[in-house]
Design a protein around this ligand. Structure first.
Ligand SMILES: Cc1cc2nc3c(=O)[nH]c(=O)nc-3n(C[C@H](O)[C@H](O)[C@H](O)COP(=O)(O)OP(=O)(O)OC[C@H]3O[C@@H](n4cnc5c(N)ncnc54)[C@H](O)[C@@H]3O)c2cc1C
Ligand code: FES
Length: 514
């Protein structure tokens, strides 16, 4: 593992609205050896929420990240805080029954409440605001479907009503209105949460790549960075690296990496009522309004696809479709301000994986499977994992257990496994061509015999050659032209243009074969 490795916050070239507005909050590098109650790996929403909740209980806490605070997917979110499950309650109920759907609705609502109280108690200036959410009928979904979703959401305990239309005239048709949803500025919230955790005694370290998480003979877990020679021995370790870096198979076969796209447009102040808007298309679209001083900003997202499912250059087409959809439904928007993309992990049954690591000891905890609702799932992780550390009963624990394998999700499991197997099939394709024909600042995978090479042509025309074989479980990476990264279609690992890992589950670079 090289010492000059990039941080995970170097995970793509696009810049989100929040990144453009906020200086990254950096933390000092971990040095020496530390002993604590809880060591959290990853300073995204899940890791910071866990650190804060644990510190509030008087536990000694260390957070270790290899980049800045919230430098992973949290800086790319659109930060809808919602108890209206994006996979829809009809689907959640089908897999988990009414009790499971109730647990899902209650836990996301509790997460929003918790964020609201943290913002108030800790005086975090992050534009937190309660807003309504509107699920608007579109595409093939019929009014019947909306009725069924209304009934399922009510059975799940949500306050929800049907409305003839949303407050936006151009979003035609009936919709469901979910009151008491919320939104905030994610990077300002994350920085405030980190400050508040530190005030309660938590210590946060950055620029420290964790490459070993191992149970010790005395029952504690050692979290170590060999590059810096530092380690933390903890009664409990929480791996909150978005895609778990310590668990090779059990969880990764139950979640599928998707790329999602977001765009921000100038909007005359007050032109659109502040609310969360979602449609029922597949892939769906999500919209919110971020209040500004002179102008508002409309943030629109969607056009998701499974990683690796697009051919080169097609990301541009996704942005085009997103812009087209947004301008059609919100014609009042003005110039584009930002566009960015990120990765979400869709689980086979719509709920995150929060709890003990399936193959590990009971004190090796994890949070993953954000399912596009990672801001609330990350907050649920804070509440739930702290209960587990304290040995307290938690009513949601069984629904989020990473070891679960709900039978009703089996068809999803099978089709996702088949798709992953097809991604491995890329190996068999003969990749012909001359790497010297690559345009500057682009990359491609080339094959010679049994070898597959990921070759990047830098702006000066110099070729950088790496093995195209993902060090996680041997998938073949593909070039992501929108972010200038190498992405693995199997479980979502990503590498920068020079092959250095920027997103798990892989925790090592592409082999240098030059
Ligand atoms: C475009 C987009 C829109 C979204 N919109 C929404 C939304 O509206 N609402 C919602 O709820 N969710 C949304 N999501 C999902 C949500 O933003 C994410 O699920 C959530 O931010 C993930 O948080 P996390 O803490 O799990 O991971 P991350 O924020 O990725 O944090 C993981 C951390 O682990 C660190 N790390 C990783 N490996 C190591 C290592 N080996 N050593 C040390 N540190 C390591 C990384 O540096 C990173 O800081 C969206 C996501 C995207 C991309
Ligand atoms: S991410 Fe698992 S093989 Fe690449």
């Amino acid at each position: 593992m090289r010492a000059d490795r990039p941080a995970h916050d170097d995970d793509g070239q696009s810049v989100s609205l929040w990144m453009a507005e906020t200086e990254p909050r950096r933390a000092p590098r971990l040095e020496g050896a530390i002993e604590v109650d809880v060591c959290v790996v990853g300073a995204g929403i899940a890791g910071l929420s866990t650190a804060y909740c644990a510190a509030c209980e008087g536990l000694s806490v260390v957070v270790v990240d290899d980049g800045a605070v919230a430098g992973g997917q949290t800086k790319r979110t659109t930060a809808h805080l919602s108890s209206a499950i994006d996979d829809h309650f009809t689907a959640i109920e089908r897999v988990h029954g009414v009790a499971g759907a109730r647990a899902a609705g209650a836990s996301h609502a509790a997460a929003i409440d918790r964020i609201e109280s943290i913002v108030a108690d800790e005086h975090i200036d992050c534009a937190f605001e309660r807003v309504d959410g509107y699920l608007c009928l579109a595409g093939d979904a019929t009014p019947d479907w909306l009725d069924r979703e209304l009934a399922a959401a009510r059975r799940a305990g949500l306050e929800v009503e049907i409305a003839r239309r949303s407050p936006v005239a151009t979003l035609e048709g009936p919709c469901l209105r979910f009151p008491r949803q919320a939104q905030l500025h994610p990077l300002r919230y994350a920085a405030g949460l980190a400050d508040a955790a530190e005030r309660r005694g938590a210590r946060i370290f950055g620029a420290t790549h964790v490459d070993a998480i191992e149970p010790r003979a005395d029952g504690r877990i050692r979290v170590a960075s060999h590059a810096s020679g530092a380690h933390v021995d903890a009664r409990f370790a929480v791996v909150a690296t978005n895609a778990p870096i310590h668990e090779r198979v059990a969880v990764h076969t139950k979640q599928v990496p998707h790329r999602t796209y977001a765009m921000a447009f100038a909007l005359p102040a007050g032109a659109i009522p502040r609310a969360l808007y979602w449609d029922t298309l597949d892939p769906y679209h999500y919209v919110r309004i971020h209040p500004g001083e002179r102008e508002d900003v409309l943030v629109s997202g969607g056009e998701d696809h499974r990683i690796g499912a697009l051919t080169a250059g097609a990301a541009a087409e996704r942005y085009e479709r997103l812009e087209d959809w947004t301008r059609r439904h919100f014609p009042v928007i003005e110039a584009e301000r930002y566009r960015w993309s990120g990765e979400v992990l869709e689980t086979i049954d719509g709920l995150a994986f929060i709890g003990p690591t399936p193959s590990g000891p009971a004190n090796l905890l994890m949070a993953s499977g954000d399912s596009g609702m990672g801001m609330t799932h990350g907050t649920i992780a804070g509440i739930l994992l702290t209960d587990l550390v304290l040995g307290r009963e938690n009513p949601w624990a069984r629904w989020y257990d990473p070891a679960r394998r709900p039978l009703a999700a089996a068809p999803h499991y099978v089709s996702d496994t088949v798709e992953t197997a097809l991604a491995y099939g890329e190996w068999l394709k003969l990749v012909e061509g001359d790497p010297h024909a690559l345009a500057p600042n682009t990359g491609g995978v080339f094959g010679w015999g049994i070898h597959r090479r990921a070759i990047y042509c830098d702006p000066d025309g110099k070729l950088h050659v790496r093995s195209a074989v993902c060090p996680h479980l041997g998938g073949l990476v593909g070039w992501n032209d929108a972010e200038k990264t190498w992405d693995c279609p199997c479980h979502g690992s990503r590498f920068d243009r020079y092959g250095r890992v920027v997103q798990g589950p892989a925790n090592a670079d592409l082999d240098d074969v030059s």
